[in-house]
Design a protein around this ligand. Structure first.
Ligand code: PEP
Ligand code: MG
Length: 325
């Protein structure tokens, strides 16, 4: 199997009916970068910057951050990289940061919430990214955005750093794109506004499913109780892909869902054209795409979703489709 997947490395991920899918890599440390070349992924769809912070014994300095980002750019060559700003808090604690006691850490002070309350953190990181990306296309996305207003506030912080660098006559990125992760369900109800405000969106399906079903993603008793292929998530995903398309806003799925063949097949059927996943998933997902015809798949999804009766999940119908095709 592994050898078989390696052979697919240089083949573009195009379905039998000619639909091209951008397969990207999830990464977080420099050691992940060789996977880009090994798998033939077209870019890094999610670079989890918090990993550098989690493995360090003290807060990485601005210089440490800039060095890592510059090394990532160098290792990625021309491939695009989407850096996610610090996603800490919740279950991702930093040993050197004072612990805040919270009753519900997943719903607590985390990610962009910390960034907006302690803007120095985001400003230092943004500056490190802007400097490391001199002359390149820099893509930054913010985690756990709950409203368009939050996104706008984070954007202002980054723009403040650009102005500062301009005053220093410091070299700037050739281009900057700012995106929002869609992983808090409130954004579903202003998908038009966020798609208008952001340069791109990326669905964090792990958190989106956790919050949609109010089921802790780390709690074995409930984590797999609800199926992402059931009605509510399908409608949520449809609303996102359609809302983004209406505003010409590119959208990627970067949660674990994108790396599972049946789920990825469904996402493609719903209209997603960019998926980001762990290195080990690229081969199997590409093999699936090369065998896929999206026309009967779309037909099947439409039929099943319009079906008025109760259904638990599209999983059996999709499994059957996958076996027959
Ligand atoms: C997600 O929530 O799906 C995601 C990609 O981010 P993380 O798993 O790092 O929370
Ligand atoms: Mg998340």
């Amino acid at each position: 199997r592994q050898a078989q997947y390696r052979q697919l490395r240089d083949r573009p991920a195009v379905t039998r009916d000619g639909v091209e899918i951008a397969l990207q890599l999830n990464a977080g440390l420099l050691v992940d970068l060789p996977h880009l070349h090994e798998t033939g992924a077209v870019g890094i769809g999610l670079f989890r910057t918090e990993l550098q912070f989690m493995i360090a014994e003290r807060m990485p300095s601005a210089k440490d951050q800039q060095q890592l980002y510059a090394a990532v750019f160098a290792a990625a060559g021309d491939a695009p990289i989407t850096f996610r700003s610090l996603d800490i808090g919740g279950d991702k604690l930093l040993p050197y940061m004072p612990r805040v006691e919270e009753e519900n850490p997943a719903l607590g002070w985390r990610a962009i919430r910390i960034a907006l309350d302690r803007p120095a953190l985001l400003r230092i990181q943004a500056r490190a990214l802007l400097k490391a990306a001199a002359g390149r296309h820099l893509r930054i996305m913010f985690p756990m955005v709950a409203s368009t207003a939050e996104f706008e506030r984070a954007k202002l912080l980054v723009e403040g750093e650009i102005n500062w660098l301009k005053r220093q006559s410091s070299p700037l990125p050739e281009r900057l794109s700012l995106g929002a992760m869609v992983e808090v369900p409130s954004l579903l109800f202003e998908i038009g506004e966020i798609a208008q405000a952001a340069d791109f969106l990326s669905i964090g399906s792990n958190d989106l499913m956790q919050f949609l079903f109010a089921a802790d993603r780390g709690n074995k008793l409930v984590a797999s109780r609800f199926d992402p292929l059931s009605r509510a998530p399908l409608r949520a995903l449809t609303a996102i892909v359609e809302g983004a398309a209406e505003r010409n806003c590119p959208v990627t799925v970067c949660g674990e869902m994108a790396g599972r063949p049946l789920e990825a097949m469904l996402l493609i059927g719903l209209g997603f054209r960019s998926l980001s996943m762990s290195a080990a998933s690229i081969g199997p997902i590409k093999a699936m795409i090369l065998e896929l015809d999206t026309r009967p798949l779309k037909e099947l999804i439409r039929r099943e979703m319009d079906h008025a009766g109760t259904y638990e999940s599209l999983r059996p119908a999709l499994t059957d489709f996958a076996e027959r095709h």
